[in-house]
Design a protein around this ligand. Sequence first.
Ligand SMILES: C[S@@+](CC[C@H](N)C(=O)[O-])C[C@H]1O[C@@H](n2cnc3c(N)ncnc32)[C@H](O)[C@@H]1O
Length: 425
Amino acid sequence: MSGHGPSAEDVAEEQAHFRQVVTTFRQYRQYSLSANTRRRKDFYSLPIPHQKLLKEIGWYQKLGDVDDAILSNADFLEEIVDNTEIFSGSVDEPVGGDADMAGEHGDEHAGPADAHFHDAHTHEHGSHAHSHGPHSHGHPHAHERVVGSSSVPAHEHRQKVSEPDMDKLRSTLKQFVRDWSAEGQKERDETYGPILDALEEQFKDLPEERRADVQVLVPGAGLGRLTWEVINRGFSCQGNEFSYFMLLSSFFILNRTTATNQWSIYPHIHSFSNLQNSASLLQPVMIPDVIPGNRKPGPDFSQVAGDFEEVYGLRQEDQAQAWDAVLTCFFIDTAKNIVSYLEILHHLLAPGGVWINFGPLLWHFENNHTKDISIELNLDEIKVLAEKIGFKIEKEKLVRTTYVGHPDSMLHHVYDCAFWTATKI
Ligand SMILES: C[S@@+](CC[C@H](N)C(=O)[O-])C[C@H]1O[C@@H](n2cnc3c(N)ncnc32)[C@H](O)[C@@H]1O
C-alpha cells in the first residue's frame, strides 16, 4: 500500500479509541444493570397500591428477568473483547492467538472461517450523525471510525463510557441478529439476496472453478455476513470496515465459532417502548445460524480495517482496477463527499467491472455536530453523477426492507432501498 504511515499522535489516538471501545464492551454489564435499577427506583417511589398492582401484572418481576438477560449479554460481549489479539501491534503488552490483524504485508493466520484481518493503518474519522437502524431513545448514531492497534490496559474498568458508545454496542447486538441469526434471514434475503443474485448473474459464464479468481470488495462490511456469502459462492472477497465495534465482533463470529447457535443474546431488552408483550422484550436470539468455518474452500477471504477513502483512495495506485466487483450495501450514504466515493469506486474497478449497490440515502453526516462537510444528493442526482463519472446503470429497482428491525415491535422503520448494478465503461 502506498502513502505515508500514521504519525505517532495518530497512533496514540487510535490506541486510545480502541481502549475506549474495549472498555465499552466491558462496562456493558454495570451500565445496563444501572439502567434497569432506575426502573426499580421509580417503582419504589410509587404509592404502595400502585406497586402492588404492578407486581400483580408481573411488571416488577420482569425487571429480574431483564437483569438475567443483561448478564448473559455481558458474558458474550466480554468473550468478544477477550479476543482482541487481531490487534497485534499492541503497545501495552504482547498478545498471541491464532489470528492476527496484520499490517498490509504482515503475516496472518485465521481461525475457522480463515478470514484474514489486516490493519491498513489509517486514522481518525469524524463521528456520524445518522444510522440506519432504530434506536431505543431516538438518538441517531452510527458506527464510526476505527483502526490501529492496542491491547486492553489493566485500569480499563475505571474508564468512563459514553452513552453514544454504549448505544453503538447495543446496536452491535442487533446487527448480530441481522447478519448471523435465523431471525435475520428475511432481512438478509431482501437485502443481500438481490446483490448476490446480481453478482452470480454477472459471472454466470465463468466456470465454477475459476470463480476464486474474481476479486470482490465489500466496503462497510459490518459484521461480515455479506462478505461470507460471497466467499461461500466461490468468489474471493475482501471486507473493509472502520468501526472497532464491528471489527472486534466480526472477527469473533468468523474465527471463534465452532457450532451453530453457540451463543444466545438478548438484543431487545434495552428499551421497554413499543412492545406488545414481555416475550418480545425477553426473546433470546441464537447465533450463529451457520458455522462460518464451513464455507467453500479456495477463495481468498480478508478483512481490512480502515477508512474506505484512505485505504482505497485515488492515491492508492495498487488499488486501481484491482477489483472485478464492488458491493455497497447500506454504505454510500456514509459519504461526506459522495463525488469522492463514486470516483473511488470507479478507480477500483477493472474495465467492465461491476458496482452493485443496495441501500437508502440516509446521509450520515447531514447536520453533523463535528463540522464535517456533507453533500447530500437525491437518487436522481446520484444516478446522473454516476453516469458522468463513467458508469452505466442497469437493473435499477426500489426494494422495500428494514434494517436491524425487531419484527414484534409496534414501530417499524421501512426503507425503499435503491438497488442497481453499474458497469464501469
Ligand atoms: C449502515 S452499516 C451497513 C453494514 C453492512 N453493510 C450491512 O448492510 O449490514 C455501514 C457500515 O459502514 C461502516 N463505515 C462507514 N463509513 C465507513 C468508511 N468511511 N470506511 C469504512 N467503513 C465505513 C460503518 O462502520 C458500518 O459498519
